[in-house]
Design a binder for this molecule. Structure first.
Ligand SMILES: Nc1ncnc2c1ncn2[C@@H]1O[C@H](COP(=O)(O)OP(=O)(O)O)[C@@H](O)[C@H]1O
Ligand SMILES: [Mg+2]
Length: 142
């Protein structure tokens, strides 16, 4: 099945740029005339994942494939990894430090929101190696 592929680089050391990749994807999906609810869910899921890459993993790469029936987002970083995924998935759980909290991040709702916003989410993580989060959102055609 043909797909359109986009790749975004997420800078790890500039908090002011956090959210740029998800904004760019949102504009792209709007131009493609995707359903507003699909666009909203993709934007939320990718925004939270992108923020996590910036604040927890020193940035990374996001690959987005848009198929006729689904949008697949693969977020890859070479950060510290997530030691306990079920714990990290809990609402309100965060390891964010004071600096991150002062910037308004670190509410511990990112991963739960990513899970809620996507139809499928898979976390592949290895301590000291990095984390890959794959999220799929299905486009339901009428
Ligand atoms: N890409 C990542 N690399 C390493 N740790 C991560 C990553 N994403 C999430 N985490 C860990 O999972 C926790 C929960 O993430 P999240 O729900 O987004 O909350 P928050 O980002 O507000 O801390 C984070 O505090 C962090 O410890
Ligand atoms: Mg987060």
């Amino acid at each position: 099945m043909p797909s359109i592929h986009y790749q975004y680089t997420v800078d790890g050391d500039d908090f002011t740029l956090a959210g740029e990749a998800s904004s760019a994807l949102k504009q792209t999906l709007k131009l493609m005339n995707l359903d507003a609810d699909i666009i909203r869910r993709c934007a939320i899921a990718m925004y939270e994942g992108e923020i996590n890459m910036v604040i927890h993993a020193n940035g990374g790469i996001i690959d987005v494939d848009i198929f006729p029936d689904k949008v697949v987002m693969v977020l890859t970083d070479h950060g510290p990894g997530i030691p306990d995924v079920p714990l990290a998935m809990q609402e309100g759980y965060s390891t964010a430090g004071e600096e991150v909290l002062n910037l308004g991040f670190g509410a511990g709702m990112g991963l739960p929101n990513m899970k809620r916003s996507s139809d499928e989410m898979h976390i592949d993580t290895s301590i000291g190696v990095g984390t890959t989060v794959t999220m799929t959102i299905y486009i339901r055609t009428i």
